[in-house]
Design a protein around this ligand. Structure first.
Ligand code: AMP
Ligand code: GLY
Length: 434
């Protein structure tokens, strides 16, 4: 198959790498890709958010499938534009991508579909939002409706902080149009996990569970990042929960969207809160599994931990989602565990320097069971340079989670660049369970 992967991060490198593992060999392209994808695919000079550019390339090159990595092109309607020229895509249309692009829309769908989630209301008026605060208690969650680069969620511990967050968004315009509408949401207690579901408009297949590490420092301290590591499976998601998640969360959403004329294809990513805290405050929904958010794409770095666990012909699976034939697809999950460690530039998620030479990539890839995915890199004069906050995503596989983590860190230790940083406690929640 001729396949174009849209995006340039660790997620897109992992998708391209996984496609390259298929027994049937494909012709792989990335728009724009990175120094890692360049080794296994042809990078084309078209930006991931350049919808007309991707469409023009598709008209000229007639790919069998376009796999869209990030949310931005989905929310710009890339899949709709590709459909107009008869090109199949893995990813939802713009109307479906609103599950990620608008938190108010996602809540409306969940409410209509009876999906357990935190109680929430939307406001455009700051005084009305503040008047509603007491009903939520503390802490309370304040969210900007739209895409705000992961910064639009404030967990306010005091009334004053909650009021300040409301003012920042509705009066101060801190997030621009994304914050013109805000949600007040019930604070949910428990442990978070990610479920990536493959969807073909009607059917869904749940991929193995995973857990992200959003804070920059060990022990989940410091500011939020795009994700500093992940592992799969996440033991907080016990096997008995999976049918509930599929039948009470994923499928009702897919059906509700279909009822509204939205054929959702691609990944429906559910960020879930599992209330496993003994005596923890029960959620208003009455369920101990609640949706925190939906995303319309593969998670990053979850993808780097989940995709190496998928067997079979990956291109066929993705095409089945695009064609609506997922019911007949063979999705094989390997028993092996996976752990992913992100190596970032010193200073990230604040300001950081770029252009540092990376050494040890070959040695890291040579570690048995390890794979190095590039997140923010650039090739120049035969060298690989840092080009982003998150630079590399190093995955280790193993028969146990401990082995997977050890393999990942063994590979991480081979890699060096000036001011490189990584967390040393990936999968700590799984190990704390004993
Ligand atoms: P979101 O962008 O909605 O995923 O929110 C970002 C992060 O904020 C989540 O990963 C959670 O850690 C936290 N969060 C969001 N909503 C809630 C909630 N209702 N209760 C507790 N934590 C939340
Ligand atoms: N790992 C979180 C995300 O992809 O949104």
């Amino acid at each position: 198959m001729k396949i174009l992967v849209v995006g340039s991060g660790g997620r897109e490198h992992a998708i391209t790498w996984r496609l390259a593992q298929d027994e049937t060999k494909h012709e792989l392209f990335c728009a724009p890709g990175n120094a890692g994808t360049a080794a296994i695919a042809t990078n084309i000079a078209v930006g991931a958010e350049d919808v007309p550019g991707v469409v023009a390339w598709a008209v000229a090159n007639k790919p069998d499938l376009v796999v869209v990595g990030p949310e931005a092109p989905l929310c710009k309607g890339l899949v709709d534009e590709l459909a107009k020229i008869g090109v199949k895509a893995f990813g939802p249309p713009l109307a479906g991508a609103r599950m990620e692009g608008s938190k108010a829309f996602a809540k409306e769908i969940m409410k209509a579909a009876g999906v357990p989630t935190g109680r929430a209301e939307t406001f455009t008026d700051a005084a009305k939002a503040k008047a509603a605060l007491p009903a939520y208690g503390l802490p309370v969650v304040i969210k900007a409706d739209g895409l705000a680069a992961g910064k639009g969620v404030i967990i306010a511990e005091t009334q004053a902080d909650a009021e300040a967050a409301i003012d920042d968004m509705l009066v101060g315009n801190k997030f621009g149009a994304a914050g013109a509408e805000v949600l007040l949401e019930e604070f949910l207690v428990g442990e978070e996990c990610s479920i990536l579901a493959l969807v073909d408009g009607e059917h869904a297949v749940l991929l193995p569970s995973s857990q992200d590490h959003k804070r920059i420092f060990d022990g989940d301290k410091g500011p939020n990042t795009g994700g500093m590591g992940a592992y799969s499976p996440a033991p907080v998601v016990t096997a008995d929960r999976l049918p509930f998640i599929r039948d009470t969360i994923i499928l009702p959403v897919v059906r509700e969207l279909k009822k509204r004329g939205i054929v959702y294809k691609g990944v429906l990513y559910a960020g879930l809160m599992i209330n496993n805290v003994p005596g923890g405050k029960p959620a208003a929904s009455g369920s101990d599994v609640n949706v925190v958010e939906f995303n319309a794409r593969f998670g990053d770095p979850e993808t780097e931990a989940v995709l190496p666990r998928i067997g079979g012909d990956f291109a066929k699976i993705l095409l089945a989602c695009a064609e609506g034939t997922l019911k007949d697809a063979d999705v094989v999950i390997k028993d092996d565990c996976a752990a992913t460690v992100i190596i970032s530039s010193g200073g990230y998620p604040g300001s950081y320097e770029k252009g540092k030479e990376i050494t040890g990539l070959e040695a890291a890839n040579a570690v048995s069971g390890a794979m190095v995915f590039h997140c923010g890199t650039k090739a120049a004069d035969g060298k690989v340079l840092t080009a982003g906050g998150r630079v590399l995503s190093v995955t280790g596989m193993g028969a146990t989670l401990r082995e997977a983590v050890d393999t990942a860190y063994k590979a991480v230790d081979k890699i060096a660049f000036d001011q490189a940083f990584h967390r040393k406690d990936i999968a700590h929640r799984a190990f704390e369970r004993g």
